[in-house]
Design a protein around this ligand. Structure first.
Ligand code: GLY
Length: 390
């Protein structure tokens, strides 16, 4: 456990350190293009190394997003060409509906295609991202008012929202902006309102998922999928809540989301271990030999840096400072320095099985594609006035 007073004494990354690390990360990303231009990085490394895979699962947008972040750093034509090749793959994927029967259209299409559209005006990227938003819209459930995460639409055993989906909502706001159709943003607003209402507990920890009755839409219960137990706080879920609240505020300007952001962030920060790298679930504290999830710290730092843009100076400074401490800790304890990995950030955990959850061990103590992406995004946010992909 931490106190805010103690956290304030932890060192923060400096601008020149962040710039140096961003340059180093961009070089690793460009160096990876040989293997990962016509192939993608999978969700996580295996023994430290990503093995090339096709454009499937919910995570491939992060690798393309890294390419765009590196392109912003270096302006390299090679990176741009690789990013644009990957956009074609994303367009084909959504046109052919390959592995898109789930809600993670934002994780897939914001860092890949919305990014490409914003950076290069690529029309295929715009088309792909709008199609992805249309695909997500099909998962909206009027009864309960949310986007169903997984499984057959309307099936009782999957009639739930999950906290991660807050990161899929920016794609819908973007689609409303570029098409002029307010329906996308309106459904996103309803989903956000209900997610905030049900996944946040009185102590400001969060449920991973929340079930509704498919017949009446009545809220039923919070249940974990990737956390340790139903009543615990899955570290990455808490981070999705932090970043999701910041992004929701940035679009909706609902003051309640500032308050939620502050409370979720306070829970996250005060449950960190001494070295600031969260265990995969906040049930575990200093002294535990459970694995860490560095990606949760990277995503939470991005959320704090996003929210800082919308807050008065003193609060903005506070959250920028906390994010800078997390990034400093990631750089010290998790950043890849040499040949041990072809990723950027070690010590992530995709999923850890427990007696009380419903997932197998996946990518335990490995690089994760989103951990790498959000680490690079945080470094970019710390060194530029970044035009967000989200
Ligand atoms: N969105 C799934 C995860 O964070 O693992």
């Amino acid at each position: 456990m931490q106190t805010i007073e103690k956290l304030l004494t932890c060192p923060a990354i400096t601008g020149s350190e962040a710039q140096m690390l961003r340059g180093r990360a961009a070089a690793v990303i460009e160096g990876n293009l040989e293997q990962f231009t016509d192939a993608f990085q999978p969700s996580n490394s295996t023994n430290g190394f990503y093995i090339p895979c096709g454009n499937t699962t919910w995570t491939t947008g992060f690798w393309t997003g890294e390419i765009w972040l590196a392109y912003e750093q270096t302006g390299s034509g090679r990176l741009r060409e690789a990013g644009e090749r990957q956009v074609e793959s994303f367009l084909k994927r959504i046109r052919d509906k390959v592995d898109v029967a789930h809600h993670d259209m934002g994780f897939l299409y914001s860092p890949s295609c919305v990014a490409a559209w914003k950076l290069t005006g690529n029309e295929h990227a715009r088309e792909a991202a709008v199609l992805a938003a249309d695909n997500l819209m099909e998962r909206f459930q009027e009864k309960g008012g949310f986007f169903q995460a997984w499984g057959a639409l309307g099936a009782k055993e999957n009639y739930r929202l999950i906290i991660d989906c807050l990161l899929n909502m920016p794609l819908l706001f973007w689609a409303s902006e570029v098409t002029g159709d307010p329906a996308y943003g309106e459904k996103a607003r309803i989903h956000i309102q209900n997610a905030m209402k049900y996944v946040i507990r009185p102590d400001h920890s969060t449920y991973h998922t929340y079930f509704f009755d498919p017949d009446t839409g009545e809220p039923q219960k919070g249940v974990t999928h990737q956390g340790y137990r139903d009543g615990s706080a899955w570290a990455r879920g808490q981070a999705w809540g932090i970043y999701g609240a910041a992004l929701s505020y940035s679009r909706l300007k609902n003051a309640a989301y500032i308050d939620i952001f502050e409370k979720l962030t306070d829970f996250f920060l005060t449950h960190l271990p001494e070295d600031l790298i969260p265990y995969w679930d906040f049930d575990f504290q200093d002294g535990s030999d459970e694995p860490r999830d560095s990606s949760a710290a990277a995503a939470a730092a991005c959320g704090m840096l996003e929210m800082a843009r919308h807050l008065p100076a003193q609060k903005a400074e506070y959250y920028t400072g906390m994010a800078s401490r997390l990034v400093r800790a990631l750089a010290e304890h998790c950043a890849v320095r040499g040949e041990e990995s072809n990723g950027l950030l070690l010590h992530g955990t995709y999923a850890k099985s427990s007696p009380y959850n419903t997932c197998p061990n996946l990518g335990v103590d490995e690089c994760t594609s989103w951990g790498d992406y959000y680490y690079m995004e945080a470094l970019t946010r710390l060194t530029t006035d970044w035009n967000s992909y989200w």
